[in-house]
Design a protein around this ligand. Structure first.
Ligand code: DC
Length: 221
């Protein structure tokens, strides 16, 4: 079996930064599953399909192909062949993504694609349901969290780095709403797998978290 590290946790815990670095260090590919959910949300937004209209969303899935390509810059998410990396990381798409990711049809479609990628490559995969549902037999499972304020502060710094203004209170409110949806949805809610290692990164540097994960992996492999 290929090697798999599953990293789950709430929004803003640092999963993508950490997962990317762990993958680089191990020479594996990094799969950002959130980007795949975001690509589906983008399709719905572009086509005027309301996130509460389950029937139309389910029907539209037949017209959507989500795939990934991997270049020097990391993962590209392709929506019907178009690289949509530049369109999926904004507040509008984030809000729609968290709504459409509750539908089992959406989750099933993406879970199948994610499993098949992990069958052909060694992966570090991050998301909300990787250890519990997508890769239940992963070599190592991490549940990465951080306090609400630490997560909001990181998001604010990301926005500022992109030259956007950021209101920490607004970001905290957005994080709370997304957490609530992610933790309480009936299909594959965000939760720590029983065999996952919990890492709270509130007071840890990026390097410390990466080194902790690499040490955990090396200790058992
Ligand atoms: O990790 P992210 O912020 O890019 O995720 C965007 C949204 O997608 C988030 O609201 C939860 C959802 N998601 C999910 O339900 N399952 C995953 N495996 C990954 C993301």
């Amino acid at each position: 079996m290929n090697k798999q590290i599953a990293i789950d946790g709430p929004a803003g815990a640092g999963k993508s930064t950490i997962a990317r670095l762990v993958a680089k260090q191990l020479g594996w590919i990094y799969v950002d599953t959130g980007a795949m959910y975001r690509a589906i949300a983008l399709y719905m937004t572009r086509n005027g399909i309301d996130s509460s209209d389950k029937e139309s969303i389910t029907a539209a899935l037949d017209n959507i192909d989500v795939s990934l390509s991997f270049g020097d810059e990391g993962q590209n998410v392709l929506l019907n062949g178009e690289n949509v990396n530049g369109f999926i990381r904004n507040e509008e798409v984030s809000a729609v993504t968290s709504k459409i990711s509750v539908y089992p049809e959406v989750r099933n479609k993406l879970t199948l694609i994610q499993k098949s990628i992990a069958e052909s490559e060694n992966v570090v995969m991050d998301g909300r349901d990787i250890g519990t549902s997508v890769l239940p037999d992963a070599t190592l499972k991490i549940f990465l969290t951080a306090g609400e304020y630490a997560r909001a502060k990181r998001r604010a710094l990301e926005y500022e780095a992109k030259g956007k203004t950021a209101d920490i209170e607004e970001i905290m409110e957005d994080i709370r709403l997304r957490d609530e949806r992610d933790y309480t949805r009936s299909v594959s809610p965000l939760r720590q797998a029983e065999d996952a290692v919990l890492i709270d990164s509130s007071d840890m540097s990026i390097d410390e978290v990466v080194n902790t994960i690499i040490s955990l992996y090396n200790a058992n492999n």
